[in-house]
Design a protein around this ligand. Structure first.
Ligand code: PRP
Length: 214
């Protein structure tokens, strides 16, 4: 039997996903070592392999079939726009994609002015303003600490993830518009879903049962 390969977004999502698999009786002892630098973990009994990658690369591995299945945030799925099937909402890692800024930026949004939008998610930002709001904006791509942008006058607003809201509060910013809710999702390669349908369906059913118990 070939290995069924899972790509996990490293960090909290991967930890939580590996814990769920352990509850299903699919454990990887090596993955529990907090000091490990290994990127691939195998469960020989179930012929399952997990690898940890940067979140934004998970949809790439899945689209090309290097991984059959991926676990990654909805934000990354939307931003990357890859060809894959999103088959399940795992219900954890919940947060919201929002337009944020100082309260004073609210009227710029309503007046349809040309504004600058800083984001780690240029495609989501562009799509939201162009398609949903019909507002022409200049998108400025950043790689982190996006809340800085309106404070130092790089942009009028940002498009970013809000979880607890404390980063915004501590920097004098607020949610101006909500774009969409986010959470961890399971994505599947389009060929794998056909070729490995039974194995994948069984695992998804088990995952579903555990999540509903929690
Ligand atoms: C994320 C996000 C916000 C923050 C939101 O950043 O981009 O900055 O978390 O969380 P909160 O609402 O609970 O404060 P992350 O920690 O991933 O760091 P980064 O901005 O450097 O990417």
């Amino acid at each position: 039997m070939r290995y069924l390969t899972f790509a996990l977004a490293k960090g909290r999502l991967a930890k939580k996903t590996l814990a769920l698999f352990e509850q299903m009786g699919i454990a990887c002892e090596e993955a529990k070592d907090p000091n490990t630098r290994k990127l691939i973990f195998t469960n020989e009994e179930h012929k399952i392999r997990f690898f940890l990658s940067k979140a934004s690369d998970v949809p790439t591995y899945v689209e090309y079939g290097a991984a059959d299945v991926g676990v990654v945030g909805k934000d990354t799925i939307m931003e990357e726009g890859r060809n894959l099937y999103e088959v399940m909402d795992l219900g954890f890692g919940k947060c919201t994609m929002c337009v944020c800024g100082p309260e004073s930026a609210r009227e710029l949004l309503s007046k349809n002015e040309i504004i600058r939008v800083a984001s780690k998610y240029p495609n989501i930002a562009k799509n939201y303003f162009n398609e949903k709001k019909n507002q022409t904006v200049e998108i400025i791509k950043l790689n982190g600490s996006v809340e800085l942008a309106p404070i130092v006058d790089l942009s009028e607003v940002i498009v970013d993830i809000v979880e607890t809201g404390s980063t915004l509060r501590e920097n004098g910013l607020t949610v101006l518009e909500e774009i969409c809710p986010l959470s961890a999702r399971v994505v599947v390669n389009q060929v794998s879903l056909k070729m490995e349908h039974e194995r994948i369906r069984k695992i998804l059913n088990q995952l579903n049962e555990i999540i509903n118990q929690e």
